[in-house]
Design a protein around this ligand. Structure first.
Ligand code: ZN
Length: 216
């Protein structure tokens, strides 16, 4: 009886379809999310490779938007778990490797407004799955850059110039950068540049969703 009562309390509504569930998305909607997973990641691990979990459209785009703009940080935990699972199965890096995960930071103004950094929430859950260390203070975003979805590659690069600085806590191990969305890679490149200027090794980046742009 007590157990039944507790399970009623623990159950909430799926953020997509309102079915009862103990997670942020019900099993049915999680299955739909899985259909956005990339089948062929085609990764040759080079200078700054990017490993993406899925395509940035449909239910995955909706999940990320809900998390960021409708205050649903729990979705980040689910996305980090999905990303961590496929990363471990990819065999790109041997298990138990010493790696520090650095989430791409938000500007303090944006962090205050949103209340959380989505990349950090995803990274926390990713690190629980992979066993890697998390360092959220390796980079600081010092410029409040404008939203980039409508900008050209040139404008994006300009927009991010001097946007990051090295943070208060230097990573102890080679770094894997982590972000929610990857479009043309300017954020990842700029972040890697700042870390490498401090002679910190950056092995690549992992992202939840990759935007497939037709003119790329
Ligand atoms: Zn659902």
């Amino acid at each position: 009886m007590l157990k039944q009562l507790i399970s009623v309390f623990l159950e909430s509504r799926c953020l997509f379809c309102s079915r009862t569930t103990s997670e942020s998305l019900c099993q049915y909607c999680q299955q739909k999310l899985l259909s956005h997973q990339l089948k062929d990641r085609n990764i040759s691990w080079n200078n700054l490779s990017v490993f993406a979990w899925g395509r940035y459209d449909g239910q995955l785009k909706r999940a990320i938007a809900l998390m960021k703009y409708q205050n649903q940080p729990d979705i980040g935990g689910l996305l980090g778990k999905l990303l961590g699972d496929v990363w471990l199965h990819s065999g790109l890096i041997k298990p138990l490797a010493k790696i520090t995960v650095v989430p791409i930071p938000l500007h303090s103004k944006k962090l205050k407004k949103r209340g959380f950094n989505q990349a950090e929430i995803i990274a926390r859950s990713f690190c629980q799955i992979t066993g890697y260390g998390l360092n959220s203070q390796a980079l600081i975003r010092v410029r409040d850059t404008q939203a980039m979805f409508n900008l050209s590659l040139e404008e994006r690069t300009k927009n991010l110039e001097n946007a990051f600085q090295i943070g208060h806590k230097l990573p102890k191990h080679p770094v894997l950068l982590l972000d929610d969305i990857y479009t043309v890679g300017t954020t990842i490149k700029e972040s890697a540049k700042i870390l490498r200027q401090q002679r910190i090794e950056v092995i690549g980046a992992v992202v939840v969703a990759k935007s497939i742009i037709s003119n790329q």
